[in-house]
Design a binder for this molecule. Structure first.
Ligand code: B12
Length: 316
């Protein structure tokens, strides 16, 4: 198709959009079509967007992730508007989203894409180095060598410290502490960034008040829960406390877990571990409370010399 034909088509579509009120023209509609074949401007948030190539054409979409837009009822002519609004308010599930023929509405699709982007960001990026520095955490790696792509495909490698990590840990870490705290990126860097500042001081203070010695905390990049065994074998602590990013939900990336094990060793499984999960502010387990809870569990583990199923049986 030649340029003239393409422009003609685009002009016809834009004219229809303006007539339907889907886009606004700030000036003369005919003039606003000049340059309409150029790529569309990014959706505006508060103020309408204009570009040098599209001086008058305004595509004015609200931010689909704002609470007003997120929880808007999009069902056409509901029989009981209040009931459907109440249902929407009662859950974070995507209900009352309406449809355009058999398809999602544009608003639903944009929200889904925005939420998906939050998840992808949390998964693929690393924890902010400034945060790790703030808590004096040095970084070691697991046996992953191919970045996050390989991390996602090879959970087994994420459960093993690489030889360099073992050397550094042997060199830097105090051995045989009562508690060893470790921070791992896991499946969400955002989860650690959202919670570490609150939970870490509570853990440190809680363990100290309980009279427990804390080892040398550090950070593991490309970390899976099973790495607890390597840490246990190398450092020989009574309890390992691993703060790790949980698999993010759509648009919910700040949820962290603390996985714990008593004297973890090669061959231990999840049945030998405990977890405090869904740690995040405003809706999850509050990180301050979670910290206090972790201290209690660590004390129980030491008292009963067990974790996981064995601890459950011992405290029945
Ligand atoms: C993925 C997942 C699983 C997967 C793990 C497979 C895998 N290789 O990833 C499967 C489907 C096997 C699973 C099973 C179970 N899970 Co699960 N799981 C999750 C989920 C959705 C994400 C976990 C995550 O992101 N971990 C972080 C990443 C980095 O860890 P990872 O090394 O990749 O994977 C390890 C952990 O996920 C761990 N794990 C997963 N679930 C559980 C549960 C417990 C009690 C323990 C100790 C470890 C553990 O197993 C993986 C292999 O080591 C969480 C939800 C959440 N909010 O966290 C629930 C969650 C952790 N699971 C839960 C439960 C209850 C279980 C089961 C006991 C269910 C059952 N009755 O069988 C089993 C036990 C698992 C076991 N390994 O023994 C609960 C824990 C509640 C609690 N406070 O005790 C959670 C919080 C879900 C929930 N809200 O109820 N789980």
């Amino acid at each position: 198709m030649d340029d003239a034909k393409l422009n003609e088509l685009v002009e016809a579509v834009v004219r229809q959009l303006i007539a339907a009120g889907a886009v606004k023209s700030a000036g003369n509609p005919a003039e606003s079509l000049a340059g309409a074949a150029a790529p569309p401007a990014a959706p505006a948030r508060e103020t309408p967007a204009t570009t040098a190539t599209q001086p008058d054409l305004v595509i004015d979409l609200p931010d689909p992730t704002s609470p007003t837009e997120r929880y808007k009822c999009r069902v056409n002519s509901p029989q009981d508007p209040q009931a459907i609004q109440d249902l929407i308010a009662s859950t974070t599930a995507r209900i009352g989203v309406g449809r355009a023929g058999p398809r999602y509405t544009t608003a639903s699709l944009l929200l889904f894409q925005g939420d998906h982007a939050v998840t992808q960001d949390a998964l693929y990026r690393d924890i902010d180095q400034k945060l790790l520095d703030e808590f004096g955490l040095f970084t070691v790696q697991t046996n992953i060598t191919g970045g996050k792509e390989q991390y996602l495909l090879r959970p087994d490698l994420g459960r093993q410290l690489n030889p360099e990590a073992k050397r550094i840990i042997n060199e830097k870490c105090v051995k045989n502490p009562n508690v060893q705290i470790v921070v791992g990126d896991g499946l969400s860097a955002a989860a650690i960034e959202a919670n570490l500042r609150q939970i870490f001081p509570v853990l440190r203070q809680g363990f100290q008040t309980a009279g427990l010695t804390i080892g040398t905390p550090f950070h593991i990049q490309y970390c899976r829960v099973g790495v607890l065994n390597d840490i246990g074998e190398l450092i020989k602590p009574d309890v390992v406390v691993l703060l790790i990013g949980e698999r993010p939900g759509l648009g919910r990336a700040e949820s962290m877990s603390v996985y714990m094990g008593y004297k973890p060793k090669y061959g231990d499984t999840d049945a030998d571990r405990d977890v405090v999960c869904n740690i995040f502010e405003n809706g999850g387990t509050n990180p301050l409370e979670a910290g206090a809870f972790v201290v209690q569990i660590a004390q129980k583990m030491r008292q009963h010399q067990a974790s996981g199923v064995k601890l459950k049986l011992a405290t029945k």
